[in-house]
Design a protein around this ligand. Structure first.
Ligand code: F6R
Length: 605
């Protein structure tokens, strides 16, 4: 939620900042702005709407001499998405400009206090309070670090911010609490950003800032301080293996399509080095005791991956599993038991509710295993053990390849625990791993035809205003995911349902205008799903059904998938529902990579 960037170096700052904002636009896109030193003053340029509007405002301005500045792309939390609420915000004396990601929770009382001291405000944002407060701190000291320290002692909530000062050209200060922030170290130039792709064309040397740290940079130096004591801290510099190409569209029309088509590679990357001589090798899990019970906590698509894995973990590894939505889990008084393990799943590693769940488990003394895509993210750092899902940067707001990678790692983890519990013979385990390693090439060959079929179906179903997605067993969570994908990018209402639950109420909605998308692959539950679909057909409902040639059903629109072994059929079903949503959104002319009202990384509650 919101992308921030700061640059201090030798090149014109604004083009580098705006380019970085384009790479962060997935984090929010309702308004954007930049601030930079301009002569003796700070100058702010902001625009409502997507970044293109800011690009237009900046085009033709004579600002090339500015080599230091900050930028922001916004996902509104407080105040309408209009220009006056866009970041950067300034203090009343225009001495500071600040960009912020997060929520200042006590902003109302801070604002009342500032107003009582004569401050007037130009926006409705919580952020403006923060820059006023820093300016108030600076009235007592001309040391900006001290002023930030003073302000942060008064602030409650979450933040990652970057600040420039009129009196200190070339310098940027930044700090974080529960919102992501990193430092990029180039030659004669330094960056601050919410995410790595922002500065990827310039450097892959990264410092991950921790909570309650402040960093001060200029073109040639950087120093991290403890926010509470202002003692300097030493930090590790990490070299990131992502390349620029991985963060670009690579000839695809949308990131979402590119990421769907990347899934065979993602599976290979996830498996690489983790299967050795017919056994699973997961050093990350070696020091974990066998869990007596597993609580999986996640949000959205990652939650669906957890729900899917429950079926495998219970039936293959015989581990009791509960799967929780993080925003519910964090406010329930969960009962933990000896032998519990909390498993969190998150692509971004920054989802606020999932992070809160980790803290609850930690306070209860329960070990935490994090499954995460973004290296060095907060969830990765706050978990006791981390398994990276190796999906590479996921830019499209709608998550696709990340779920695929999570499912692969969850299969590996399940098989790893089977291995430790001797639940499978060596031959059975080796055979299952063989079946898993054959998935990427089958999927690679299947993807173009899956896309064609999705395109064709859109012509017949684009008039539908609502869809049911039905499945049973492993395919119930994938039905939830299919419905989520369709609604978030095509804005067609869709409900994922356990097929057997339809007759307990929802079937009342079925008629010729309310189609059903069935996940009816050939498994032991197929006869049950087939009966449920007959009930739908009997009420005039049209049906698209994903199925296998070995067990065809008679439905309105059959969609035959390549046959793969058992549970791994899921890796054909997942891209099919993703492509259906994608093609529908394209057909309906929606903004696929940046759907309305959403942002990629949900760092607020
Ligand atoms: C849907 C989607 C979201 C995320 C959710 C969790 O396409 O992307 O539902 O899955 O916000 O995000 P992470 O996995 O980053 O914790």
């Amino acid at each position: 939620m919101c992308g921030i960037i700061g640059y201090s170096g030798h090149r014109p700052a604004i083009p580098a900042i705006v380019e970085g904002l384009h790479r962060l636009e997935y984090r929010g896109y309702d308004s954007a702005g930049v601030a930079f030193q301009y002569g003796d003053a700070l100058r702010v340029i902001r625009a409502e709407g997507k970044l293109g509007a800011l690009d237009q405002k900046i085009a033709g301005l004579d600002i090339a001499s500015s080599v230091c500045g900050i930028g922001h792309t916004r996902w509104a939390t407080h105040g309408l998405p209009v220009e006056r609420n866009a970041h950067p915000h300034m203090d009343p004396g225009n001495g500071f400009a600040l960009v912020h990601n997060g929520i200042i929770e006590n902003y109302a009382e801070l604002k009342a206090d500032l107003v009582a001291h004569g401050h007037s405000f130009r926006s409705e944002t919580d952020t403006e309070v923060l820059v006023h407060l820093i300016a108030q701190g600076a009235e007592q000291t001309d040391n900006v670090l001290q002023a930030i320290h003073w302000a942060l002692q008064r602030v409650e909530g979450t933040y990652a911010f970057a600040l420039i000062s009129r009196e200190h050209p070339g310098k940027i200060w930044a700090s974080r609490k529960a919102s992501p922030l990193l430092l990029g170290l180039g030659l004669g130039e330094h960056f601050i950003a919410s995410d790595i792709p922002a500065f990827l064309p310039y450097t892959r040397d990264v410092v991950f800032l921790d909570n309650d740290e402040i960093v001060e940079i200029d073109a040639h130096s950087w120093q991290v301080f403890d926010a509470a004591t202002l003692e300097p801290k030493s930090k590790e510099v990490r070299h990131i293996s992502w390349d620029v190409q991985a963060a670009q569209k690579d000839g695809y029309k949308h990131f979402m399509l590119k990421e769907i088509f990347e899934q065979p590679k993602v599976i290979r990357d996830c498996l690489a080095g983790r299967i050795r001589e017919g056994q699973v090798s997961l050093p990350e899990a070696e020091n974990l005791d066998m869990p007596q019970r597993l609580t999986i906590v996640a949000c959205g698509t990652s939650f669906h991956a957890g729900l899917w894995a429950k079926y495998l973990l219970e039936s293959w590894a015989r581990i009791p599993v509960q799967v929780e939505i993080a925003s519910e889990f964090r406010y329930r008084d969960t009962v933990f038991l000896p032998g519990d393990l909390v498993l969190t799943i998150s692509q971004s590693g920054e989802t606020a509710d999932t992070l809160a769940a980790i803290r609850i488990a930690r306070d209860a003394g329960v070990p935490i295993l994090g499954l995460c895509n973004v290296v060095g993210s907060s969830i990765a750092r706050e978990s006791d053990h981390v398994i990276y899902t190796q999906a590479g940067p996921e830019i499209s707001v709608a998550s696709t390849k990340a779920m695929c990678s999570q499912m692969i790692v969850l299969v590996l983890l399940t098989l790893y625990w089977c291995q430790r519990k001797n639940m499978l013979t060596r031959d059975e385990l080796a055979a299952r791993l063989d079946q898993l390693t054959s998935v990427p090439s089958i999927l690679e060959s299947a993807l173009p035809a899956l896309r064609d079929q999705a395109q064709n179906l859109c012509l017949d179903y684009a008039d539908a205003r609502s869809f049911f997605f039905l499945g049973r067993g492993l395919y119930f969570p994938l039905a939830l995911e299919g419905a989520l994908k369709l609604k978030e990018i095509s804005y067609i209402h869709a409900e994922g349902y356990a097929a057997g639950e339809m007759k307990h109420g929802p079937i009342a909605l079925v008629d010729a205008h309310f189609p059903t998308f069935a996940l009816a692959v050939h498994d032991e539950l197929l006869p049950k799903v087939a009966s449920n679909l007959q009930e739908v057909q009997a009420r005039g409902g049209r049906i698209i059904a994903l199925m296998n040639a070995s067990a065809p059903l008679t439905v309105t629109s059959p969609w035959i998938l390549p046959d793969v072994w058992g549970a791994f059929k899921s890796f054909m079903v997942l891209p099919a529902v993703q492509l259906f949503a994608y093609e529908m959104a394209v057909y309906l002319g929606k903004d696929v990579d940046q759907p309305r009202n959403l942002a990629k990384s949900v760092t607020v509650e």
